[in-house]
Ligand binder design. Structure first.
Ligand SMILES: [Fe+2]
Ligand SMILES: [Fe+2]
Length: 184
């Protein structure tokens, strides 16, 4: 007789065909969702670059814009690796985050520190959304045995985390500069 723990392990390893295909369907859906999200992010980032004032911030977002275009093509490699057509499915979360970013640009004045801070905030919300999405995707890919897809997701996940921490650095430099200016 199997112990409770063994049973649990066995059920995870021997998923029913129905459960396996439901999980696979969810996975493909999530890939389509992030594909839409990355494409739309790539088309929105130039607006944020243009809107930013600090050279530091412009450079950070420009570098990540290049990475983001690469994330789109990397997702096309994922689709190929899992034998699916590259199809984008509207991501309401990214749409909302990008609408908020546009609103922040409208609500703040060009050339001000507050606009740069607003841009950093909007960009970090996007990065956190991407980090959460790719974290789930790399785990799901592993569960489903898509090792090539998993390693592609891992590469992107590392770049999203790096972009997030670079944005934090830009924000911290701002705080330090402001403090220095005040003590002058
Ligand atoms: Fe990305
Ligand atoms: Fe990103």
């Amino acid at each position: 007789m199997a112990t409770k723990t063994n049973k649990k392990a066995a059920s995870a390893a021997n998923r029913t065909p129905e459960a396996e295909s439901a999980l696979k369907e969810l996975f493909i859906d999530e890939v389509k969702d992030i594909y839409w999200a990355e494409k739309h992010l790539a088309s929105a980032l130039p607006k944020l670059i243009k809107g930013a004032t600090s050279e530091d911030l412009k450079t950070t977002i420009t570098n990540h814009f290049e990475e983001t275009k690469n994330h789109v093509t990397r997702l096309e490699r994922v689709f190929a690796a899992i034998g699916e057509k590259a199809v984008a499915k509207k991501c309401l979360a990214m749409e909302g985050l990008l609408n908020e970013a546009t609103e922040l640009l409208t609500d703040t004045e060009r050339g001000t520190e507050v606009r740069d801070v607003a841009i950093i905030s909007a960009a970090q919300k996007v990065e956190h959304y991407e980090i959460a999405s790719y974290g789930t995707l790399r785990t799901l890919a592993g569960t489903l045995g898509y090792s090539e897809a998993q390693s592609l997701f891992d590469q992107t996940l590392a770049e999203e985390k790096n972009a997030d921490s670079l944005l934090t650095q830009v924000a911290e430099n701002y705080v330090n500069e402001a403090a220095a200016a005040e003590s002058e």
